[in-house]
Design a protein around this ligand. Structure first.
Ligand SMILES: Nc1ncnc2c1ncn2[C@@H]1O[C@H](COP(=O)(O)OP(=O)(O)OP(=O)(O)O)[C@@H](O)[C@H]1O
Length: 205
């Protein structure tokens, strides 16, 4: 089984992925942030480093998909390959930080790599408004994320919402996390688990 957690920067994917992995005994798969060789350069100069960062994420995410296919285990994945292309690359392109030639080149590569992959059995989308995202990004205090602009987060949120509105590749669960604190409040985590249980029952019926 392949479960994926999707959502904007600071929406709480990593925390939820860890907690669900423990609860359901799934194997978690995280995105490589600490050892990412481009991320801090990217935040310092997006137009210079967008293409490099996107190719890096694409290759890492593709490796993860191969692991999911070959591993035969139930996996919960922190962010999907679709978000790289349909949210980040697109937003960077529209915002003038990824030029037409590089964007077309990237999308060709993305299409070629993803032609035969399958969507997750269940996609969990963590929907959060800008104040919640800013609050969580500020709390975790990563230096290179200090420069994140509200308009960048807003643009990503807009692309997320239109992607989710049109998503029909598999089961989808949207969780509004604006008022939630599943890290510290057991009742909030229980609420999320109840919703996932319903989806899992649907998968097997
Ligand atoms: N395709 C991409 N293009 C640009 N930046 C990306 C991309 N994928 C991830 N990132 C960046 O990598 C960093 C780590 O991602 P993010 O913070 O969303 O993950 P996270 O720490 O798991 O978030 P969460 O708070 O939901 O757990 C962020 O600064 C994010 O902007």
């Amino acid at each position: 089984m392949h479960i994926a957690v999707a959502g904007n920067i600071g929406s709480g994917k990593t925390t939820l992925t860890k907690k669900l992995a423990k609860h359901y005994h799934w194997t978690p798969q995280f995105e490589s942030v600490d050892d990412n060789p481009y991320l801090s350069d990217f935040y310092a100069d997006m137009s210079q480093w967008s293409f490099h960062l996107q190719v890096y994420f694409l290759s890492k995410r593709y490796e993860q998909i191969l692991d999911i296919r070959e591993g035969g285990k139930s996996i919960i994945q922190d962010r999907t390959i679709y978000e790289d292309a349909y949210i980040f690359a697109r937003s960077l392109h529209e915002g003038g930080n990824l030029n037409e030639r590089d964007y077309a080149n990237y999308m060709d590569l993305f299409q070629a790599m993803t032609r035969y992959i399958q969507a997750p059995d269940l996609l969990i989308y963590l929907k959060a408004d800008i104040p919640k995202l800013v609050d969580q990004i500020t709390k975790r205090g990563r230096d290179y994320e200090n420069s994140i602009r509200i308009d960048y987060l807003q643009s990503l949120n807009n692309y997320y919402n239109s992607w989710i509105d049109n998503y029909d590749a598999g089961r989808l669960l949207v969780i509004d996390v604006n008022e939630m604190d599943y890290e510290n409040r057991v009742e909030d985590f229980a609420q999320v688990v109840d919703k996932i249980d319903v989806e899992l029952n649907g998968l097997f019926s």
